[in-house]
Design a protein around this ligand. Structure first.
Ligand SMILES: Cc1ncc(COP(=O)(O)O)c(C=O)c1O
Length: 410
């Protein structure tokens, strides 16, 4: 008889080892501000510094300086391709997700006109609303809004389906809300968009630090992320199938490359930031040490990160809910560990300021998810956002709860 194999323990995050990689975490504050931008590992700063202090020049193949710049570009495209589950030949690098989305919206709108429609969601960060809205307005196209349910925090596919028509050219939706964490069912939304011949643009900026992005699996024609949310430097990236990019014609200089993806990248690329992005993705892939391709290691590491963050969230949420006057607005069934809370009788900005005085960094506001904040009844004030990250530990959670008890009572 064959022996039954021992069940394999699920890979876990060694939080102490991970935290040791971040000089800023030695600073003493408990960081719940990750959704605004994560802390940065030493290896990322080193890679940026190494690139800057190596011989560098315009990309090329002749001198070592040219090759160093070229390698930084190719390295970052490969790494971002692994991170987002997409062909590196379709990875566009840019200043920020916002800048890339404005540029793309202008480019896509060249082909829109009166009678065409664009769908945006009320759940999204304004960077995945306003560029589409302004581009549509400029060419006389119509904007339709997919409404999320403020009581559940859910954006059901039907809410998107209700506003998708045969005239829809593009559906823009988030992979995860940066305000309340909601993760809509993207494959179902993609099917609705594609059935009507529309493109799907997915904002994966908030999802990327918490789960594996899979452009093709989620059915996204275009997906965007921002490396500074996942240990990297401040920049953005956009990805699509190279064939789709090849069909688009952004404004560009005459002498600049018309190749894809360079056609979409205005001016000289920031080689040092690109080296930093590659290093950040390597750090994520190494959270659970192991073998395999980088995509496989990212898959394992991000699964462990998701399990770690879920555990912390499940420990924290009931204790937060018990605090006097607390209302938790982050309620969707499937969501990132990003909690939005308000306390009756307390201004969220004051709570945030008082927490900061106790060494706990948790900002308050609407975080540019202005439409979502208003739909939740929180107006332009928003709430206190508690963002858990892969490097959050149990001690951080205790410090947060102690700090909140000081401010709002037990
Ligand atoms: C969900 C989401 N989308 C878009 C953005 C904008 O990203 P960027 O700062 O790269 O323009 C943010 C930034 O906070 C975000 O959280």
């Amino acid at each position: 008889m064959q022996a039954t194999p021992e069940p394999q323990a699920a890979p876990t995050v060694d939080v102490e080892a991970l935290r040791a990689q971040f000089p800023a975490l030695q600073g003493g504050a408990a960081h719940f501000d990750g959704p605004g931008g994560s802390q940065v590992p030493r290896a990322v700063a080193d890679a940026i510094s190494r690139q800057l202090t190596s011989p560098m020049s315009t990309r090329g193949e002749v001198t070592a300086a040219e090759r160093n710049s070229d390698a930084a570009v190719h390295g970052a495209r490969e790494a971002l391709g692994d991170l987002m589950g997409t062909d590196p030949g379709g990875v566009v690098f840019g200043r920020s997700m916002t800048a890339l989305t404005f540029d793309l919206a202008r480019t896509l709108a060249q082909d829109w006109g009166p009678g065409d429609e664009v769908v945006v969601s009320r759940l999204d960060h304004d960077a995945n609303i306003r560029p589409w809205l302004l581009a549509a307005e400029r060419v006389g196209a119509t904007v339709r809004w997919a409404e999320f349910d403020p009581s559940s925090g859910e954006l059901p596919p039907d809410a998107v389906g209700a506003v998708v028509t045969d005239r829809t050219r593009l559906v823009a939706v988030t992979a995860a809300s940066n305000l309340i964490g909601t993760k809509p069912d993207l494959p179902a939304i993609a099917a609705l968009a594609h059935d009507r011949g529309a493109l799907l643009f997915v904002d994966a900026v908030h999802l990327a630090p918490h789960a594996l992005v899979d452009r093709m699996g989620m059915g996204a024609d275009l997906v965007a992320c921002s490396p500074y949310k996942f240990f990297g430097p401040h920049c953005g990236a956009l990805a699509a199938a190279p064939e789709l990019l090849d069909s688009l014609h952004p404004d560009k200089l005459v002498p600049s490359s018309d190749a894809v993806p360079e056609r979409f990248e205005l001016g000289t690329l920031p080689y040092e930031l690109m080296a930093g992005v590659t290093a950040a993705i390597e750090v994520i892939a190494g959270i659970v040490p192991g073998d395999g391709s980088r995509r496989e290691r990212l898959t394992t590491s991000l699964a462990a990160v998701a399990a770690h963050e879920l555990q912390l969230r499940q420990d924290l949420e009931p204790r937060l809910a018990e605090l006097p006057g607390a209302t938790l607005h982050s309620r969707a069934g499937d969501r990132t560990p990003t909690l939005l809370v308000t306390f009756e009788g307390h201004d969220s900005k004051d709570v945030s300021r008082q927490l900061a005085a106790c060494g706990v960094n948790a900002p308050a506001g609407h975080f540019y998810a202005l439409e979502a904040s208003r739909a939740l009844g929180l107006g332009d004030t928003g709430g206190l956002r508690i963002g858990l990250a892969s490097y959050t530990d149990a001690d951080d959670i205790e410090r947060l709860l102690d700090g909140l008890s000081e401010v709002v009572g037990r």
